[in-house]
Design a protein around this ligand. Structure first.
Ligand code: GTP
Length: 598
């Protein structure tokens, strides 16, 4: 295929601004899918995505479009996820493109992820086409939105395309803009092959699909290819494209996007970011790859039933293969037994993994409170990272305790600036700057400890701004802070899984809060249960759960036995997610109460 007739592009947008709908609409208008299929939202095909309505994993599809110049173009749409946790996947997809459609909701306007995604596209030197979507809404602010695009992102608003993805309005303009404004890929067909591996997918029947974007050279069925970083050689069994169904083809040339099948059966043999070349005529240099995704949030996951441990291990292994940004390692806890310490890109990523493990594998889990990674410098000069509060060494040996710091951008109406500034101040935030998007909306920038934002900052922001504020963050480094490990003792014994790292200035407060919280979560037993928070050997807070066994059937006066049974059954189910620690039963919710800041 002549590269002059190829266009590679992504659609980037803030969540819910209509990216999937526009993608489907482009498929529909180019005849890749039917009206009926359009309705079934083709590109989001992971179950979790359907359920939550968000895009997690990037996908790609090749479209054929006949332009008014009479030529037929191949448009490769590389889908990107929209949530903060998945920045990494976004930049990975963008590296395979020459252009991007920047989609903005005609009413909501520029939001935090619009800005973050636009910057990611600018960093990759992509041609950006602003697209205002949802022009069919009864109330729109199209002119204001275009002004925001210009002031915040520095993009020319005159070239913006106005569409309704849902109603299919002006989709032709969008397709024409892709052809006319996004540069064609460059690269010589007879140069040594260099193809960027930007994704992979396991198929139980065909093996591993390696998704590539060719930069130079040509690849054909029967060729022997080499993964330049991985170092292994393989014969090409099949090549093709998704359109959106799999379609075999004879060869792929410069600029084209498609898949290669080599019979590789294990996903870990294909590294995302690697370069594919020919074994017989290798390229001199690999393409720049990707940085490894950084896991920023960790938590323990334990099977409620110890017998599920092996099953859980198998499932985690499978999951990690499909999702290189998830990690796991066995750990043991006095309180919870055998389990795993798992690493995630962020909180949403964590929830998605947990949901997948539970719904697909039927393993009930107890999850400990998530924490971020910390850096410790010992007096001896040793520097290392820890991702479990239990690994904090004695205070005596610590020279410096460092925590990750994030730069956070909020986009909100100017009435909400005050409350958000207060919220950030309460969380040890450092004010950086305010920029006005228009007369009523502003972008507020802060530097905040990651630990103070990952858990509930997003929810707090939504409640303070009645749902209208948005945020985005990026970790920028580690910074020393006055941090200490806080232990929790239940009936005199330390419960390792409840330990947390807190800031000294806030420790007493947090200790009291946590003890109160645990008192609420742990039900009464036949004996008294003291709950204590301690730093080093010093007790900083205490609550006591008095002795008494709650009789759940007490409410049922009279003899309705079926109602009584129901209640007892309910109590039994409630017990399922509990762990006995010594003689005290601690419910799952208690482990997460560490997070609560109210
Ligand atoms: P993520 O996958 O989470 O990134 O979301 P998305 O950006 O792909 O959004 P999606 O396409 O799922 O659309 C979000 C919502 O907006 C859905 O309820 C769509 O039906 C609606 N929507 C999309 N385009 C339009 C439009 O042109 N007009 C109107 N009125 N609604 C639209």
């Amino acid at each position: 295929m002549d590269p002059r007739f190829i266009r590679n592009f992504s659609i980037v947008a803030h969540i819910d601004h209509g990216k999937s709908t526009l993608a489907d609409q482009l498929l529909l208008k180019t005849g890749a899918i039917t009206e009926r299929e359009f309705k079934e939202q083709l590109l989001d095909d992971l179950d979790v995505e359907k359920e939550r309505g968000i895009t997690v994993k990037a996908r790609t599809v090749a479209l054929r479009y006949k332009h008014t110049d009479g030529e037929t173009y191949e448009l490769n749409l590389i889908d990107t996820p929209g949530h903060v946790d998945f920045h990494y996947e976004v930049s990975r997809s963008l590296a395979a493109c020459e252009g991007a459609l920047l989609l903005v909701d005609a009413f909501q306007g520029v939001q935090a992820q619009t800005v973050a995604n636009a910057y990611a596209a600018i960093e990759q030197d992509l041609e950006i086409i602003p697209v205002v979507n949802k022009i069919d809404l009864p109330v729109t602010r199209i002119d204001d939105v275009l002004e925001e695009v210009e002031t915040v992102l520095g993009l020319d608003p005159y070239g913006a395309v106005r569409v309704s993805a849902k109603k299919g309005l002006n989709i032709e303009d969008c397709l024409a803009a892709i052809v006319e404004r996004i540069p064609a890929p460059q690269g010589a067909p007879d140069a040594p092959l260099r193809a960027l591996v930007f994704d992979s997918k396991y198929d139980s029947y065909k093996g591993v699909f390696t998704y590539v974007r060719l930069k130079e050279g040509t690849v054909k069925k029967g060729d022997t290819i080499r993964f330049m970083r991985g170092g292994s050689d393989h014969d090409v069994i099949e090549i093709g494209q998704f359109a959106p169904l799999r379609k075999e083809c004879k060869s792929l040339g410069p600029g084209q996007v498609g898949y290669i099948l080599t019979g590789i059966k294990e996903l870990d043999q294909v590294t995302i970011g690697d370069t594919v070349t020919h074994a017989g005529r290798p390229a001199a240099e690999a393409l720049p790859g990707y940085q490894k995704p950084k896991q920023m949030v960790f938590c323990g996951m334990y099977p409620i039933d110890g017998r599920d441990f092996e099953k859980l291990r198998d499932e985690m292994q499978k999951l990690a293969l499909n999702d290189s940004s998830f990690s796991y390692a066995p750990e043991t806890s006095d309180a919870l037994g055998f389990g795993f310490r798992c690493g995630f890109l962020g909180m949403l990523h964590m929830e998605i993994v947990q949901q997948r493990l539970e719904s697909e594998q039927d393993v009930d889990l107890i999850q400990t409170a998530p924490n971020v990674t910390y850096e410790i410098e010992e007096r001896s000069g040793d520097v290392y990272k820890i991702d479990n509060p239990q690994d904090v060494p004695d205070a005596g040996v610590i020279e410096e305790f460092r925590e990750p710091i994030a730069r956070v951008n909020f986009i909100l109406s100017k009435d909400h600036i005050g409350p958000i500034m207060q919220l950030c101040a309460d969380r040890r935030g450092e004010y950086k700057n305010t920029e006005y998007l228009g007369p009523d909306r502003a972008q507020l920038t802060y530097e905040l400890p990651l630990a103070e934002i990952v858990y509930d900052m997003y929810d707090k922001l939504k409640s303070v701004t009645s749902g209208y504020g948005t945020m985005d963050y990026e970790v920028i480094g580690f910074k020393a802070a006055d941090l200490v490990k806080m232990d929790i003792m239940v009936k005199g014994e330390r419960v390792d899984a409840l330990a947390t790292i807190v800031h000294k200035s806030n420790a007493d407060n947090r200790g009291r809060q946590l003890c109160k919280r645990l008192k609420k979560e742990i039900s009464k037993h036949q004996f008294e249960i003291p709950i204590q928070a301690a730093i080093g050997g010093r007790i900083i807070a205490r609550e006591t759960i008095s002795a008494f066994r709650k009789n759940v059937t007490a409410k049922c006066y009279g003899g309705d036995i079926s109602r009584k049974r129901k209640l007892l059954q309910k109590q039994k189910e409630g017990k399922k997610r509990m762990r006995s620690f010594g003689s005290v039963e601690i419910p799952q919710k208690a482990f997460l109460s560490v997070l609560s800041t109210d």
